[in-house]
Design a protein around this ligand. Structure first.
Ligand code: ADP
Ligand code: ADP
Length: 225
């Protein structure tokens, strides 16, 4: 089973206006289960647009999106929201953790929203925190954690609902180079250890080289980098 299929994705902004811009012009990619794929794109090439469409936060003008074996093209908003919450985990450059909740609570909450029991949610959260070396920090709030530790928690939260796919946008981009390196290793181990698939956007070619393969967004289509 493929974790993500993008087929002929087209997206333009300001449609029909003089400033119309065709950002995606038939972008296609298939990510197999367990595969970690890098995404390299110059600024303005459409990286965010592509990740938003792959993550069901935006819809394409044309093309087909399939996540975790489910075709989501043309699905209702409600079905897309359910699919997004259950099948996609997002990681951003900044952690977006809830400041008033502890690390473990930040990972429990999305599971409760998705229908998990409190006991199961906590067990999963603690298991995930252990995988990223954060077991001893479970009850700390984000403000009591370093930048690298906050990102580790954010990785766990992305995996809270056992998604088919992780979408990451510069997941270590706000960390200093040494920390970034270590935290990126943690991310790769977490993804491989849980059998997850990932599409990880980065400007860092060294980090990209650690992935299974790398795609480049070029003139609105995806090509091998
Ligand atoms: P990247 O993430 O690679 O920097 P984006 O996907 O954010 O690129 O944007 C690609 C292009 O589309 C840019 O030229 C950007 O200005 C334009 N764009 C993005 N979002 C919108 C929008 N909502 N309305 C109009 N233009 C947009
Ligand atoms: P909830 O309502 O349970 O908080 P959502 O369905 O709104 O969850 O969001 C699911 C995921 O999508 C979360 O990881 C959230 O961070 C991300 N997300 C939601 N809206 C946006 C957005 N406009 N831009 C980027 N990410 C978003």
């Amino acid at each position: 089973m493929n974790s993500l299929v993008l087929e002929g994705i087209e997206k333009s902004y300001n449609h029909g206006k003089p400033n119309e811009i065709n950002v995606l012009r038939g972008a296609s990619a298939t990510i197999a289960r367990g595969e970690i794929v890098g995404l390299i794109a110059p600024s303005g090439a459409g990286k965010s647009t592509l990740l938003q469409i792959a993550g069901l936060l935006d819809t394409a003008d044309a093309g087909r999106v399939e996540i975790g074996g489910e075709v989501v093209t043309g699905a209702s908003d409600r079905a897309r929201t359910t699919a997004r919450r259950g099948k996609v985990g997002f990681v951003y450059q900044f952690h977006h953790l809830l400041p008033e909740f502890s690390a473990v609570e930040n990972i429990v909450l999305p599971q409760l929203a998705h229908g998990a029991s409190a006991a199961a949610a906590e067990a999963r959260a603690l298991d995930l925190l252990g995988r990223v070396g954060m077991a001893a920090r479970a009850t700390h709030r984000p403000g009591e954690l370093s930048g690298g530790e906050q990102q580790r928690v954010a990785f766990c939260r992305a995996l809270a609902n056992a998604p088919a796919l992780m979408l990451a946008d510069e997941p270590t981009g706000n960390l200093d180079p040494a920390t970034s390196d270590t935290v990126f290793d943690v991310l790769m181990e977490l993804v491989r250890g849980t059998g997850l698939s990932a599409l990880i956007a980065t400007h860092n070619h060294e980090l990209a080289a650690r992935m299974d393969r790398v795609l480049r967004l070029d003139e609105g289509v995806l090509v091998p980098a």
